[in-house]
Design a protein around this ligand. Structure first.
Ligand code: GSH
Length: 220
């Protein structure tokens, strides 16, 4: 059963379909079994630049969480941390000093070394991104090479463990999964020889909450 408590149903999440940062939050909420009403912006049509949305998020990015009193939380990880504090189970930022440190470490590594280069490769190298980014193609090529290198390293890192931060599924897995899933269409499919990464990706994808979310979107 979804958590439809008034504290969540009175919030509003500004998001987008299959965009990496909102996707992290949407999957985090799914794992928490929390339902927050969403306003989905069409980023390629520039809805994030409307005067109305700029009053909520002057940087014109999603996701943004609006609380019932009008407080706005931006940045996907800040939103996830807020939800974790309200709804500690299942713990997605780790339990105890060591596990929390390791989740933080891997979350940052996945965000800075994997998600960011993939996002830059898309923004600076993909024709669809022309409406949101003044492109520097050489930078896109460089970012793509860095992302592919990091994907190969992640495949090796996953040789001896099920989840990225070691013990238990965490927000680090969501960051990496959202990047690999969101940018799949931008020619970032996982190479066949990366067996560990494929096994991990399929395990994330098969998690009941994530499976159900993609099914509801009519996406694979
Ligand atoms: N660090 C931010 C990144 C937010 C971000 O860049 N969102 C993208 C979608 S994934 C966006 O809103 N792009 C719209 C644009 O560039 O115009 C977060 O994690 O929330």
């Amino acid at each position: 059963m979804q958590d439809t408590e008034p504290r969540f149903s009175a919030m509003r999440l500004y998001s987008a379909r299959m965009a990496v940062s909102p996707l992290r939050v949407q999957l985090f909420l799914a794992e928490k079994n929390v339902q927050i009403p969403e306003t989905t912006l069409d980023l390629l049509k520039g809805e994030q630049r409307s005067a109305e949305y700029q009053r909520i998020a002057p940087n014109m990015r999603v996701p943004t969480l609006m609380l019932p009193d009008g407080t706005v939380i931006r940045e996907s990880l800040a939103i996830c941390r807020y939800i974790e504090a309200l709804m500690p189970e299942p713990a997605l930022f780790g339990r105890g000093a060591l596990q929390q440190a390791l989740v933080e470490q891997w979350q940052r590594i996945m965000e800075l070394e994997l998600l960011q280069p993939m996002a830059m490769a898309f923004r600076h190298g993909h024709p669809m991104a022309r409406t949101i980014q003044e492109q520097v193609p050489e930078f896109g090529v460089q970012a793509r090479a860095a992302a592919l290198k990091r994907i190969a390293i992640l495949n090796r890192e996953l040789a001896d463990r099920l989840w990225i931060a070691g013990e238990g599924f965490s927000v680090a897995d969501l960051t990496a999964f959202a990047a690999l899933r969101a940018f799949r269409f931008a020619d970032f499919s996982i190479p066949e020889e990366h067996a560990n990464l494929t096994r991990w990706f399929d395990a994330v994808r098969a998690r009941p909450a994530i499976h159900a979310r993609f099914k509801a979107w009519g996406a694979k």
